[in-house]
Ligand binder design. Structure first.
Ligand code: ZN
Length: 309
């Protein structure tokens, strides 16, 4: 078994205004970083509507369809824009996350990296925001639970921004543990430690500006990894944002690529112990192109090392 890489060229057709950090060139950086790595590459399918409807109401899909422009770019908020190719890109992002779950569940893959854009973890039930439209990791987790019959799924989000959208989509479901480390204060402003979900199933770990790899590893070792272990998940889903890197232009943490390799290994260790190594990782943020490439390479290298083929 190899690590599966899921991507699709449609994610290049989501075009943001000039100077926007969530840009097409991010995918070139990711592709370059993974070039030559021994991965099983497949194309992301479009999500089925039912997959999306597990977390978003139909009104959200309808609103996005109505907003989608035939030409040019429309702005849903100051950060979040739609071009004619946006809907296809977000449907393939969600579809890629769902397919990743299927591949891990049927034994085709031990772990999967879904390299798609735009990201998803800021999208709330009825609100596209923060570059995000569909909650891809929440969609993946609900699919694993409802379609494949798993009992518990843990989501770990190490993007530098709080995954407010994922929290909004899963905090009322005790079958899902959502853990997030993030810089605070920072966009979107949520993610306080006292936001704990309906069944103590949300773990928010705010980090002060300037926190480096030592502080990040301590936070993970103290607050996140023990909670994931105690939860005994049947699958671990990662919101893999790489904007906590020291060079990222949108935030002020001080991680390096090796820190992302470390947390990947720690989560794979838990998955090996608890759930036959089942890990699904979805790309979120990461806006310094050089750092993004280095971090993705470090992340996927560890995923690949955990496969035996
Ligand atoms: Zn982010």
């Amino acid at each position: 078994m190899k690590t599966v890489l899921i991507t699709h060229p449609d994610c290049l057709e989501h075009v943001t205004p000039p100077g926007h950090p969530e840009q097409v060139a991010r995918m070139d950086a990711v592709a370059h970083a993974l070039d030559g790595m021994d991965l099983h590459r497949i194309l992301a399918p479009m999500a089925a509507e039912d997959d999306v409807l597990r977390v978003h109401p139909r009104s959200h899909l309808d609103a996005l369809r109505r907003a989608a422009p035939a030409t040019g770019v429309v702005s849903l908020d100051a950060d979040t824009h739609m071009s004619p190719g946006t809907l296809a890109a977000v449907c393939r992002g969600a579809g890629g996350a769902v397919r990743a779950v299927d591949l891990v569940m049927d034994g085709t893959a031990r772990n999967v990296f879904v390299a798609m854009r735009p990201p998803g973890h800021h999208a709330e039930k009825t609100t596209a925001m923060g570059f995000c439209f569909f909650g891809n990791v929440a969609i993946a987790a609900k699919h694993a639970l409802d379609h494949h019959g798993l009992s518990r799924v843990a989501i770990v989000d190490f993007d530098v921004h709080h995954g407010n959208g994922t929290q909004d989509l899963v905090e009322d479901d005790p079958r899902i543990l959502f853990c997030s480390t993030h810089q605070m204060p920072l966009y979107p402003g949520t993610g306080h430690a006292d936001e704990t979900g309906v069944a103590d199933n949300v773990v928010n770990v705010p980090l002060a500006e300037g926190t480096d790899g030592t502080g990040f590893r301590h936070a993970m070792n103290t607050h996140v990894l023990p909670r994931v272990r105690a939860f005994k998940p049947d699958m671990i889903v990662i919101s893999a944002g790489f904007d906590a890197h020291a060079h990222d232009p949108l935030a002020g943490l001080a991680l390096v690529a090796d820190d992302f390799g470390w947390i990947t290994g720690a989560l794979c260790d838990l998955a090996d112990d608890l759930c036959d190594g089942r890990v699904v990782s979805c790309l979120e943020g990461g806006y310094d192109l050089t750092a993004l490439g280095a971090c993705v390479a470090a992340h996927v290298k560890v995923l690949r090392e955990r496969c035996d083929g």
